[in-house]
Design a protein around this ligand. Structure first.
Ligand code: NAP
Ligand code: ZN
Length: 373
């Protein structure tokens, strides 16, 4: 196999390989060594592809707010060194003997999961994200084969079992497709689960990576979309992306105008915020789905729920079959993410802007930049 450049500061994990496992391959990426360190160049090992594996040279990787929460250990439990990245698009470099759906040279994509038990009721129903034995995350899980942490897409190469590899429909812009693998599926799945479509009034809270996908997808499904943003600079973009109406969420009167009028709200906000404000906008029996994951608990006034018999729910990414369905839906509707393409050397700048809600509307790393010094 070609393409393993400059081993650099090699950290070979021989000691934790299961006995008899073939020699690993050395990859380069960007990692955080601890919660306060900046991401920096890092070399590490991945398994040699087995019979059901697809090896992918990574072309693009989106920058999700989850990457930032994780490298800074905002949710606790981060395994270091941490190579983030779970919005991966690349080209197949090698396939195992039992791989049937991919050939060398194909475009391939990987999202937030790289394995699950495949046997439990959730896995059998295509809901691998809820695997009873625990999904294996693309990064920050324990690698079931090599031990140590799984390493994500801020790297030149990844090896993934075929079931967790997706097809990017032909003709789709590859850099713009990368964010679909997390931001796309995380918003598509609840929109489908709660029946977004014609005649429905859907609120979207926050216009960042997830929020701008929610606006585009709900609009493409035929819903009437109302965007709530804290950023007056994003109003025109919200309308361009597909919102029928935009309200500034820091103006209580503008928000109150939507009291008891929405069928579904997708809340993508990554920081603590007032949930009761948005629950009050739901019609009877309608649902607010929280997909943003602030680092502190959200408080809910129960009166917001008992009035109108409202529901407060959550949703985690989406299953593999649904992710492929979402990619195909996006191709049919001409949807990709609005992105800013950056070299990997600028990832800390991207994080700093993300913290200021200054994302228009997903940073995507051009992995060719990894070859530069
Ligand atoms: P992002 O690009 O940073 O967007 C978040 C947006 O929320 C910001 O652009 C901003 O939009 C709004 N916002 C930020 N701080 C706010 C505050 N203090 N008050 C009100 N609004 C605020 O983040 P992302 O990548 O879309 O991710 C959003 C969240 O979803 C993160 O917590 C991430 O970890 C989580 N996530 C969850 C899943 C899942 O499966 N559930 C999957 C992926 C990501 P405005 O400028 O428009 O106000
Ligand atoms: Zn993500």
């Amino acid at each position: 196999m070609a393409g393993y450049r400059e081993p650099g500061r090699v950290q070979i994990l021989h000691s934790i390989f299961k006995e008899g496992y073939p020699m690993p391959i050395v990859c380069t990426g960007y990692a955080a060594e601890d919660a306060t360190a900046s991401l920096d160049r890092f070399s590490f090992s991945r398994r040699t592809p087995g019979p059901t594996d697809v090896a992918i040279d990574i072309l693009f990787c989106g920058v999700c707010h989850t990457d930032l929460h994780t490298v800074r250990n905002e949710w606790g439990g981060t395994l270091y060194p941490c190579v983030p990245g779970h919005e991966i698009v690349g080209r197949v470099a090698a396939v195992g003997d039992n791989v049937t759906r991919f050939r060398v040279g194909d475009v391939a994509a990987v999202g937030c999961m790289v394995d699950s038990c495949q046997e439990c009721e959730s896995c059998r129903r295509g809901l691998e994200q809820f695997c009873a034995k625990g999904l294996v995350g693309t990064y920050n899980s324990v690698d079931p084969i090599l031990g140590g942490p799984t390493f994500g897409g801020y790297s030149n190469h990844i090896v993934v079992t075929e079931h967790f590899v997706l097809h990017i429909p032909e003709g789709m812009d590859l850099a713009g497709a990368a964010p679909l693998l997390c931001a796309g599926i995380t918003t598509y799945s609840p929109l489908r689960e709660w029946d977004a479509g014609p005649g429905k009034r859907i609120g979207v809270v926050g216009l960042g990576g997830l929020g701008h996908m929610a606006v585009k997808l709900a609009h493409a499904m035929g819903a009437h979309v109302v965007l709530f943003t804290t950023s007056s600079s994003k109003v025109a973009d919200g309308l361009r992306l597909g919102a029928a109406e935009v309200a500034l969420s820091n103006d209580p009167e503008a928000v109150a105008a939507y009291k008891s009028s929405l069928d579904l709200i997708i809340d993508t906000v990554a920081a603590p915020h007032d949930i009761d404000l948005y629950l009050g906008l739901l019609k009877r029996d309608a649902t607010l789905v929280q997909v943003g994951v602030p680092d502190k608990p959200l408080s809910v006034n129960v009166f917001s729920l008992i009035a109108n018999r409202r529901r407060f729910a959550g949703s985690l990414i989406g299953g593999i079959a649904e992710t492929q369905e979402m990619l195909d839906f996006c191709a049919t509707h001409g949807i990709t993410a609005d992105i800013e393409l950056i070299p990997i050397q600028d990832v800390e700048m991207a994080y700093a802007r993300m913290l200021k809600s200054d994302v228009k509307y997903r940073f995507v790393i051009d992995m060719a930049s990894l070859a530069r010094a």
